[in-house]
Design a protein around this ligand. Structure first.
Ligand code: C5P
Length: 301
């Protein structure tokens, strides 16, 4: 029978460097990256009902942080695709209202859609008491998107393959991220295809970086190969990089295939510095966050 209602918190992720190793016959690229979950969350509330099928609604009291502009509530939303996949695979017929409070900027390189999809798989498993193994969940996750499996894994993980081959790592966690997301849409496909594959600086290896010193050394070596393409498409990303460095970021990256740029800070950026960034970027979202040690938290109402 399962439960009537549950809430799942779906965190964003950042990539501490991303190396594109090569193009694959299936159109994807093999990559090497370090994923870290951060405390910027979408909240999903699943409520069962007697009939009516599945509907998705966005509730956005906080327009400044993500809002719901550009958030599709139709069948192409990854949440709906996750529901349909579970229905097909388990012969479940779901009657559900899914309410989403979106805080993660959309199509920003922060994994919001992927995290929502992972949260949906977990939410449905819980709600309907589905006897699904972790292995099966991971298999469903990768069918929904390359980044989805990470959100079922450890809070920090090395990702290979399309990003779905994950190895949890122990990582120093006492740092802050300051993110700037320009409100310009970039397609991941376009960014990957714009990359000149003869160039590749290489992602740094963060495994075993449990203390401040080794973390900082890896951080300084890390690089995202996709960054040059993102900057070509959206030159202002370079200005954001410069501004983040100026206010003390140890290093600055583009997350995933962008367009979010973020700085990593070992000391909390001051409110004044954050306000200055906000002033400079009226058309961008500026958000501060920290790593979290739970990739997906499940709260049962
Ligand atoms: O897997 P996902 O649907 O999130 O990927 C979106 C697009 O990004 C893919 O269609 C592909 O063009 C590109 N991509 C890639 N290699 C990856 C991940 C994504 O080429 N490892």
């Amino acid at each position: 029978m399962g439960r009537v209602c549950c809430e799942v918190m779906a965190p964003a992720k950042i990539n501490l460097g991303l190396q594109v190793i090569g193009r694959r016959p299936d159109g994807y690229h093999d990559i090497l990256t370090t994923f870290v979950a951060i405390n910027l969350y979408d909240h999903l509330i699943f409520t069962r009902r007697i009939a009516g099928g599945v509907s998705l609604e966005a509730v956005n009291p906080d327009r400044d942080r993500g809002g719901t502009q550009g958030f599709p509530i139709g069948e192409d939303n990854l949440i709906m695709r996750a529901v349909r996949l579970v229905e097909r695979e388990t012969e479940l017929h779901a009657d559900l209202l899914i309410s989403v409070r979106k805080q993660i900027p959309i199509a920003a390189g922060l994994g919001g859609g992927s995290s929502d999809a992972a949260a949906t798989l977990l939410g449905l498993k819980h709600l309907y008491d589905l006897p699904v193994s972790e292995r099966k969940l991971a298999d469903w996750a990768v069918r929904l998107g390359s980044d989805v499996p990470f959100f079922l894994n450890s809070w920090a993980a090395e990702g290979r393959g399309r990003g779905e081959k994950l190895r949890p790592i122990r990582l120093f966690r006492d740092w802050w991220v300051l993110m700037v997301t320009p409100r310009i849409f970039l397609s991941a496909k376009d960014v990957y295809e714009g990359l000149d594959l003869t160039y590749g600086a290489g992602a740094a290896d963060f495994s075993g970086c449990r203390d401040r010193g080794s973390f900082l050394a890896a951080l300084r070596r890390a690089h995202n190969d996709l960054e040059s393409v993102v900057i070509r498409r959206i030159p202002e990303v370079q200005q954001w990089r410069d501004r983040l460095r100026k206010i003390g970021a140890e290093n600055v990256f583009v997350s995933g295939s962008g367009p979010t740029a973020f700085g990593v800070f070992l000391n909390r950026p001051t409110e004044g510095a954050v306000q200055l960034l906000r002033k400079a970027g009226m058309l961008s979202q500026v958000i501060m966050a920290r790593p979290v040690d739970t990739p997906t938290a499940l709260v049962v109402l």
